[in-house]
Design a protein around this ligand. Structure first.
Ligand code: SF4
Ligand code: SF4
Length: 353
């Protein structure tokens, strides 16, 4: 039987404080004009009204993380030779992330197919992924930029979550989605949830009605390949882009990174940091050649990867969950939905003989 509990909004901070006794807890709150995920602080207001400006990506895949500490030293047997001793710096402890949205949390399933495969396991990603639980808030309202229902998801998609919280009058109905979620719902602060189930269902039905009908994107992988070499198409759709990279940094499914070594004397650290394919330097080769020399090439890669190449490699799954952040926060008004629909509708010009 599914475990359901009711949490009064007035008890939210106390519940998170209990969870914070044994875990690092992250929750959304305002910082300046943006809503970000930050370590839980009972003195700060928790923001639960809509999706945060920034997804909780960094809780599992930090913006910048130390992978290895290393030291250079001379080989005593051969003083002309330099040896390196390295030690992995693996993340420790357990984390609970409260307040992500279904599109945010499902985003990690994209990472899993790349970082946790039969051939390759990213030990840093795995250590955090295995030790992070998600208490996700289903969306009660959607914004004009939301399109999760276009890409096989929904405002209450439970994939990747441990607990799904549906906003109801005075609080949240909490449903355990995984065994780990059940262990998060043992607090005495939580009340019996069954009397609130019907109200929660009504909330979710209403939000689905408001989303309206989704277009069929099943042709996007093939259609984007058809326009692959049509640079006129890509120049038109990328004309407004200023290559700022905001779209990739805010995307819950973008997982590219760069590696740098920071060295002081004989000691150093290897650091992994987010990188972004909208930057001209991302594909710059040491020779100076750049296979993606213009913003048109780079936007083609970003859209093509999410709606064509990734689905081709991963059972047709589109690597965008329709959170709409790249649309909402793009300073130039580039809309990924328009580009995909234009590619699907694209008809090559027939040249009369
Ligand atoms: S956020 Fe907009 S302007 Fe910035 S790189 Fe992305 S598409 Fe271009
Ligand atoms: S591509 Fe845009 S809409 Fe899709 S998941 Fe990334 S930020 Fe969200």
């Amino acid at each position: 039987m599914t475990l359901v509990k009711y949490l009064k909004s007035t008890d939210l901070k106390s519940w998170l404080a209990e969870l914070a006794e044994k875990n690092s807890v992250f929750a959304p709150r305002y910082e300046g004009d943006s809503v970000i995920f930050a370590p839980f602080d009972p003195e700060q207001e928790i923001y639960t009204k809509s999706a945060a400006t920034v997804p909780p990506k960094k809780t599992v895949f930090p913006q910048s993380e130390k992978l290895v500490d290393f030291t250079y030293h001379k080989d005593p047997e051969n003083p002309g030779k330099t040896l390196i001793d390295g030690k992995e710096v693996l993340p420790q402890g357990t984390t609970v992330v409260f307040g992500g949205r279904p599109c945010d949390v499902r985003g990690f399933s994209m990472f899993d197919r790349v970082y946790l495969t039969k051939e390759t396991t990213d030990i840093y990603y795995k250590a955090r992924r295995d030790n992070t639980s998600f208490i996700t808030i289903a969306c009660e309202f959607t914004e004009s930029t939301c399109f999760c229902h276009w890409v096989g998801s929904s405002p209450s998609d439970p994939i990747g979550s441990d607990v799904l919280a549906v906003p109801v009058k005075g609080g949240f109905l909490l449903t355990a989605v995984s065994a780990r979620g059940e262990t998060l719902l043992t607090s005495k602060l939580l009340l019996e949830g069954k009397p609130k189930v019907e109200e929660a269902e009504e909330v979710l039905d209403k939000v689905m009605e408001n989303l309206g009908k989704a277009p069929d994107l099943s042709k996007s992988p093939g259609k984007l390949l058809e326009v692959f070499d049509n640079m006129e198409f890509w120049e038109k759709v990328s004309a407004k882009c200023i290559s700022c990279g905001t779209c990739t940094y805010l995307c819950p499914t973008c997982y590219c990174f760069n590696i740098t070594d920071e060295i002081q004397g004989l000691k150093g650290s290897r650091i992994r940091s987010w990188d972004n394919c909208m930057s001209a330097l991302f594909t710059m080769e040491a020779s100076g050649h750049n296979p993606r020399p213009t913003k048109a090439h780079r936007l083609k890669n970003r859209v093509g990867h999410k709606f064509s190449y990734y689905p081709d490699l991963h059972d047709g799954i589109i690597s965008c969950y329709g959170c709409g952040r790249c649309i909402k926060s793009c300073p130039a008004g580039v809309d990924i939905r328009e580009i995909v629909l234009k590619a699907i509708e694209f008809m090559p010009t027939v040249v009369e003989e």
